[in-house]
Design a protein. Structure first.
Length: 248
């Protein structure tokens, strides 16, 4: 494991209690930073933070609730310190259905969490980063946002929105030492698979030239560098983690 120096910094990781969010949180702690795991599952978040030791704490929150996020951010800055790092990993896949059969209520819920939630948490952390002249943000998109997956229109559209939001924000902040990037992972074996049909899981695997799913530590390695001071030039970019499925 390459040593990434994040010492003296404070990170918020949404969806940090499990899956990609937890793997990234662990790598952040191993790199010397303090991390706040923000998750809707209060019990799981507390257990996850405890497993990472004294450098990690947990907060319960919903990224679709902007006022709650503003309150939580203020608490984190008062209790832990100025937030200079954000990883937005919270998201849902939703069920699999053709567009004409998709439940409109579920479609909107997926967009609210994956895209509107991304807007909310980015918006909340930015004033402090701008005031202090430093920050690193990584939004977790998906290969589905580049290519579109059949029978997953809501998820694909929401993650395409995350890519566009990240590119726009990166350009807005390009004159400052604040980098905003996103990654587009292929599927990894997390609890998000529980929301998908086996047919859809098999479809995703069939599209990956490496013929395997993504490992969580592979995500954490890329994100750790994107959070580092070494990433001093690249912003508004999309980093591929699709095992060769799409390298653009």
């Amino acid at each position: 494991m390459n040593r990434i120096d994040l010492s003296g910094q404070v990170a918020i990781v949404t969806g940090g209690a499990q899956g990609i969010g937890f793997a990234v949180s662990k790598r952040i702690v191993d790199s010397g930073a303090r991390v706040v795991l923000l998750d809707m599952d209060e019990k799981l978040a507390g257990e996850a933070a405890a497993s990472l030791g004294g450098a990690a704490t947990a907060k319960c929150g919903d990224i679709t609730d902007l006022p709650a996020l503003e309150r939580i951010h203020a608490e984190v800055e008062a209790e832990t310190g100025p937030v200079s790092l954000l990883v937005n990993s919270a998201g849902i896949a939703g069920s699999n259905a053709t567009l004409q059969d998709y439940d409109p209520v579920e479609w909107r819920k997926i967009v609210d969490i994956n895209l509107i939630g991304t807007f909310h948490i980015n918006r909340v952390v930015l004033p402090g980063m701008i005031a202090r002249g430093y920050g690193r943000i990584v939004n977790i998109a998906s290969i589905a946002g580049k290519e579109g997956n059949p029978n997953a229109s809501a998820y694909s559209a929401s993650k395409a929105g995350v890519i566009g939001l990240t590119k726009s924000l990166g350009k807005e902040l390009a004159g400052q030492d604040i980098a905003v990037n996103c990654i587009t992972p292929a599927a990894a074996r997390t609890r998000i698979f529980d929301q998908m049909s086996q047919q859809h899981i098999d479809y995703m695997l069939s599209k990956i030239p490496r013929a395997r799913f993504l490992e969580l530590d592979e995500v954490a390695s890329m994100v750790a560098w994107l959070l580092s001071r070494e990433n001093s030039y690249t912003t508004g970019a999309v980093f591929d983690l699709s095992g060769g499925r799409a390298t653009y």
